[in-house]
Design a protein around this ligand. Structure first.
Ligand SMILES: [Zn+2]
Ligand SMILES: [Zn+2]
Length: 160
């Protein structure tokens, strides 16, 4: 685990991995970057997170309120400039990132259900929410449910 005293002060470790971008003002993280999330990684440190932008925020601004995530106002995931970071709720962060919008749009643009049945008017179950339900799949699920219930009734002598 290493001795705490042997660690470099966080600011020094942060500074050594930051490359300021003069046009945007972003502080680009030149340390390791998570391939999946695109966020900079600082590794083990005195702060609550190994994520570089979170550690940076805590270092320069103070503790992040519990339950909040750090939003990149500049939309540059590897940026750790505290002026570009803002604690928000997870939901708000996703909305800002357009995640929900994109997912909803993608769903609406689909022409087939997950099993590949065509979404045509005759193959849609009416639904109040506006989401499209494939009639073939819906029926298959209903049949499976009914036969499962039949087996249960038989096994347990319900209603016999
Ligand atoms: Zn930035
Ligand atoms: Zn289907």
């Amino acid at each position: 685990m290493g001795r705490r005293g042997a660690w470099k002060p966080i600011t020094e470790r942060l500074w050594s991995k930051i490359m300021p971008e003069p046009n945007s003002g972003c502080w680009l993280w030149v340390g390791s970057i998570d391939k999946n999330t695109g966020y900079g990684h600082l590794g083990k440190n005195e702060y609550s997170s190994a994520l570089a932008h979170r550690a940076s925020y805590e270092c320069f601004r103070g503790p992040i309120p519990v339950g909040l995530v750090i939003d990149h106002k500049c939309r540059v995931k590897s940026c750790v400039n505290p002026d570009h970071l803002e604690p928000v709720t997870h939901y708000e962060n996703n909305v800002r990132g357009g995640v929900y919008d994109a997912a909803a749009k993608e769903k609406k643009s689909r022409t087939h259900c997950r099993k590949g049945h065509l979404y045509e008017p005759s193959n849609l179950v009416p639904s109040k929410s506006g989401t499209r339900v494939c009639r073939i799949c819906h029926r298959a699920i209903a049949i499976a449910f009914v036969s499962r219930r039949r087996v249960l009734i038989k096994e347990n002598n319900y209603g016999a």
